[in-house]
Design a protein around this ligand. Sequence first.
Ligand code: HEC
Length: 117
Amino acid sequence: MKRLIGSLVCAMTFPVVAWGAGQALGDARRGALLIAQYQCGACHAIPGIASARGKEGPTLASYGLRSYIAGRIPNRPNLLVRWIAQPSALVPSTTMPDMGVPEQDARDMAAWLGEQR
Ligand code: HEC
């Protein structure tokens, strides 16, 4: 139990420290489940997500270390949330489809991606 609480605290605080102070986003553990559920891995290779080996989109490996989203939007937590929720709103010409992801789900997925180093 102690270990469980420890890892929960870790999962919740680490991205805030590592990915820009004061930007608590969402629940990264739930985010990992959602990434699997939404089948982002049909198009993306995502280390840490089972059977996410798609090739239509770029790999999402080490996403917390990226400077840009899709090569042009600064990789900040809130912009990543908007990207996941509706990529066409940020880059109208993007080839990533809008998947109708609600904001809270996008926050959780962005929190998980931001933790990947
Ligand atoms: C139908 C295929 C497809 C699906 C499903 C898909 N994506 Fe994408 N995604 C793409 C493509 C193609 C790009 C490249 C877009 C561009 O560069 O404009 C992309 C780009 C991205 C990027 C930016 C990558 C980079 O290198 O900066 C992120 C982050 C991302 N997708 C996350 C997700 C998440 C999270 C999901 C699931 C909710 C998802 N994608 C589902 C096709 C997909």
